[in-house]
Design a protein. Sequence first.
Length: 557
Amino acid sequence: MNVESGFQLDLAGALRRRGVMIAATAGLIFLVGFWIAMALPNEYRAYATLLVQPQTVDQGLVKTTGAETDLNDRLHLMSAQILSRPRLSRVIDDLALYEDESRSMTRDEVIDLMRDKVAVVPVLPELEATLRTRRDIEINTFRVEFASGDARVAANVAQRLANDFIQEHISERVQVSQKSLDFIAAEQERLAKQIADVEARIAEVKDANPGSLPEDMMQTQRLIERAHEAKRVAQRDLDTARSDEAFWGNQARASDGGSEDVSPGRRLQQLELALDALRARGFTEKHPDVIVTLQEIAEVKESIRQDAARGAPAEGEPKTATQRGALAQQQRAQTRIQTAELEIERLDSTIADLQKQLEATPRVAEQLEALTRSHHSLSQQLGDFNNRRLEAEVRANLERRQLAEQFRVIEPAFPPMQPSAPNRIVILVVALMIGMSLGVAAAVVAESADSSVHGPVQLQNEVGIPVLASIPAILLAPDIAARRRRWLRNLGVAAAITLFMMLGGVVSYFVVNGASGGAVVEADDEGAAKVRDRALDLLREPGARRGDRGGEAEPEL
């Protein structure tokens, strides 16, 4: 029957018998948790709230530096710069932070410790708080937080970091504006130099190819046509002069009296006239008639030379006036022939030169076209950079007048009134829950391990025999007094332990947090009151923080 019934727990009797154990266990754990909560150092978290104030000039008129950059990205970059080792090291030195830790830790470890205490937290507007999952929310307010064991130190560091954000923002925008101006100036100088080089090359090509320029092509063609026309006229004059020369030569011979005996001198003239006539007809030096005539001229000249060597009388003057006139006309015709031949030779040279210039025109045009395209492209780029420089100068002027985007401290850092950590209420509640759980568990274990009989029902279940009567415990006066003394002694011990643990926790609190941390930071603290009053005055009078110009930045707090 015992096996079938198993273990049956009398809840009321168990609480009556094990209540002290449960209370003692829970109380002891609670007191230990109280001591731990009081022994933990206070940590104060102060913050300064910054507002990203947009530029006061319409974005459609002037697009300022960094307007195309996402604010979140710039905040990340500025946070990385402000939390860099040099800046944090300078803050530690200026505010004399972590002096105790610096004795046992390296500089890098101290900086890492401080970096863990700094946080840049965006502040979402209340109307957009439900849109946290959206990525297109523009965050224009954020907090710079710092945690420290001293409330004033936390406020000072948070305010210092907020001021560093403002200074870094101003420095960044000034650097970007200056770098933009420097880059544009360098590009303008480079483009101007390239344009000058291209113009010099264009002038060099034009100087090296006179008459072969594309704009000279029509004029060159007209000059070639005129040269051909002049050559045709000169050729006609040459033909006419040769015809006249032959005609007057025949007239001179006819007027010589028709004698068959022709002197060697006259014969030489006739042969030369005949040779000129053959050449006028277009015969070359290899033509048989020209060859025969040249041989005959050579024979006549040799005969004249031999007659002169024998002392023969020279050939006399023309015998008649007609002959003299014919010879004079013949000489004039020969002069015209020489002039026409020289003119034709000159025109041929001119035509050849003009033809070379005309043939070189496509090549020169291609070179000039390439240089012109390059010059046009560079000029467009230079004009674009000129416009960009004007815009950059306007942006820089906007930055100098502080009319562009700026960071403004809308809530300076206050020394916090209460520590942000540890949360002692939560620690005590957790300790109480753990103590109650351990007390109940201990009571269940003790009750299950107890084999004594505590009632008639349990006895009947154990022995399987009906219980006829139950006699209650008979306590005499000495027994009651002894029980009372035992309860009083237990209460005294519990009170002593409680008082010891409470006093130990309070002492631990003061030892860890110092005497000034007992009441955290009092509301009437003089420094906090001054900072708070100053901040409230600034918040009530936003117009007083501006300078003579309507858009100037506010002074740092």
